[in-house]
Design a protein around this ligand. Structure first.
Ligand SMILES: CC(C)(COP(=O)(O)OP(=O)(O)OC[C@H]1O[C@@H](n2cnc3c(N)ncnc32)[C@H](O)[C@@H]1OP(=O)(O)O)[C@@H](O)C(=O)NCCC(=O)NCCS
Length: 163
């Protein structure tokens, strides 16, 4: 049985009408999380060209955008998807919405023949919830490149294999 918070939730492709709300969520998060700087542009690209390299989805409940995901297939690589970001509105966190967004992303990428999905995550304390979400979903943290972003901040590469 679905938890109450998930019953009225729909996760679907983001469109022009979602942009203002989705960008507002990102803007709020930006003050706390320095690693999402590229995400607004990826989101705009995805909405402007839904069949392009970048895709975006929103989680909507009661006509309100409460989360988003940005992902895509890696251009030029064979059957490889990339998860760039998942964000859930602060007051809606920890009720399964992030997992629903990741489920949407993995399902969509599977439908375009992805075999593997990667997420490249800075090893910064502000992203531990994101890493926990990915691990809970089934991603495996398969490599770590020390001092990748700057001294003391590694890149952690997570991988999810599709059947
Ligand atoms: C990361 C984030 C998207 C998780 O979304 P969420 O809706 O809270 O995630 P869920 O409720 O689906 O959590 C699924 C699982 O992930 C793990 N998890 C999520 N948040 C966690 C937390 N704060 N502490 C520990 N584990 C956590 C748990 O295993 C959880 O399962 P459980 O609740 O049954 O224990 C959300 O915290 C967020 O938006 N963070 C800020 C944005 C961000 O940093 N995004 C990533 C970079 S773009």
């Amino acid at each position: 049985m679905l938890a109450p918070a998930l019953k009225r939730l729909a996760v679907r492709a983001a469109c022009e009408n979602d942009l203002a709300a989705a960008l507002a969520l990102l803007n709020w998060e930006k003050a706390r999380n320095p690693w999402i700087g590229r995400v607004p542009d990826l989101l705009r690209n995805a909405v402007a060209d839904p069949t392009g390299e970048h895709r975006a989805c929103v989680a909507e409940r009661d006509a309100e955008v409460v989360g988003l995901g940005v992902y895509g297939m890696v251009a030029g690589a064979v059957r490889t998807g990339m998860l760039y970001a998942v964000l859930v509105a602060p007051r809606s966190r920890r009720s399964g919405i992030g997992s629903r967004i990741v489920f949407h992303v993995t399902t969509e990428l599977a439908s375009v023949a992805a075999r593997t999905i990667f997420a490249e995550v800075p090893g910064d304390p502000c992203l531990v919830r994101y890493r926990a979400l990915l691990i809970a979903y089934g991603f495996v943290e398969e490599s770590r490149i020390d001092d990748y972003y700057r001294d003391g901040v590694p890149q952690i590469v997570s991988r999810f294999d599709l059947p």
